[in-house]
Write a protein that binds this ligand. Structure first.
Ligand SMILES: [Zn+2]
Length: 228
């Protein structure tokens, strides 16, 4: 994907306003950013908009940013508000060793709410094109940009090689973000690109546009999601 990196088109970040988002982050904040966690929607060809609908009304999960197939970035939860994106019932050994306070060894449902890696991470979810999690060039570029922007703005002490991670770091149950799980060398290349963009990052690389609400209409099995 080398060719797309140096051919960045203007990327738009749209701020989503939705009163139900407040109930998702429940007023809690990230206490200390230790990692940026990348996810996929697990729904090939599906717009990030539709996934947002499931997050708001069905799963209760949330991410700070969604990156859509066309490269548009949606700010869903405003950092440092906490997003519910990488808590698990059972954490991997590496997660427990690295973040023992936030990845306890027992079922987290009986542990005080504070012990979750959601307290120390920023979550980004990406639309994908196929079952292996490939992304459009626009989507990939925006994913590089939003990781770089998040690190520049909120994570000055992050070590990109170790601290930009995947959801699967925390749980064996999910291959998330699947493309980078299947092709770890691509994840290494991705982080190199994030570092490069961080070195040249300017706010103008992402055009932050005004806030929009999100309207969801359901007609039978059809879900229409639009900005209002
Ligand atoms: Zn995930």
């Amino acid at each position: 994907m080398d060719e797309v990196l140096y051919n960045l088109k203007p990327t738009k970040l749209i701020k989503i306003v939705n009163e139900q988002l407040d109930t998702l982050h429940a007023g809690r904040d990230v206490v200390d950013l230790k990692a940026i966690v990348n996810h996929w929607t697990a729904a090939p060809g599906q717009s990030a908009f539709i996934t947002m609908h499931y997050c708001i009304f069905v799963t209760g999960n949330a991410y700070h940013y969604f990156v859509d197939r066309d490269g548009m970035i949606y700010e869903f939860i405003k950092y440092p508000h906490r997003a519910n994106h990488c808590g698990a019932n059972v954490y991997t050994t590496k997660a427990r060793e690295r973040f023992p306070r936030y990845c306890p060894p027992t079922d987290h449902r009986i542990i005080p709410h504070n012990n979750t890696p959601n307290n120390i991470t920023l979550g980004i979810c990406t639309a994908v094109e196929d079952e292996e999690g490939r992304m459009t060039p626009e989507c990939y570029n925006s994913l590089v940009l939003i990781n770089a922007r998040s690190a520049v703005k909120y994570g000055k002490d992050l070590n990109i090689d170790d601290d930009i991670i995947l959801h699967s770091f925390f749980t064996d149950k999910k291959q998330c973000h699947k493309y980078f799980v299947l092709f770890p060398e691509e994840f290494i290349a991705f982080k190199q690109r994030v570092k490069y963009i961080m070195s040249i990052y300017k706010d103008s690389m992402i055009d932050e546009v005004e806030e929009y609400g999100i309207r969801i209409e359901e007609n039978g099995s059809n879900t229409q999601v639009s900005l209002v």
